[in-house]
Design a protein around this ligand. Structure first.
Ligand SMILES: [Zn+2]
Length: 117
């Protein structure tokens, strides 16, 4: 079964984001505008890598997300024991945990002690 969303780097700013379509290229409206303004030739990093390996640029972007978020899975993928689809949930979970960590990094630890009366 194909994943509901794919974690991939934006072709413009390289930040990871959840893509809900396999033809998604950018993370935001701002990056979409930048891509349109500067033209696709400026943002061909993943296309070039895909050409080198004779594969789909979207797969290269998905592999890059695994490399960044779950490098522990790379050996199993390279060995053919795990597909990108099979590890999609683990990659999405890692991005989610990373985002939660960023959001809660500045908060004081929760105080679970009983209130003193
Ligand atoms: Zn972007």
């Amino acid at each position: 079964m194909a994943p509901k969303c794919y974690i991939v780097p934006c072709i413009v700013c390289l930040q990871l984001y959840p893509a809900y379509r396999t033809d998604s290229k950018t993370c935001s409206g701002a990056c979409r505008v930048r891509l349109k303004r500067h033209g696709p030739d400026r943002y061909r990093l993943f296309d070039r890598v895909a050409e080198l390996f004779d594969t789909d640029p979207f797969l290269v972007r998905r592999a890059r997300a695994v490399e960044l978020l779950r490098p522990d899975l790379l050996d199993r993928i390279k060995a053919g024991a795990l597909s990108l689809d099979e590890c999609a949930d683990a990659v999405a979970e890692a991005l989610w945990q990373l985002a939660l960590g960023d959001l809660t990094a500045d908060l004081p630890p929760p105080d679970f002690s009983a209130p003193s009366t």
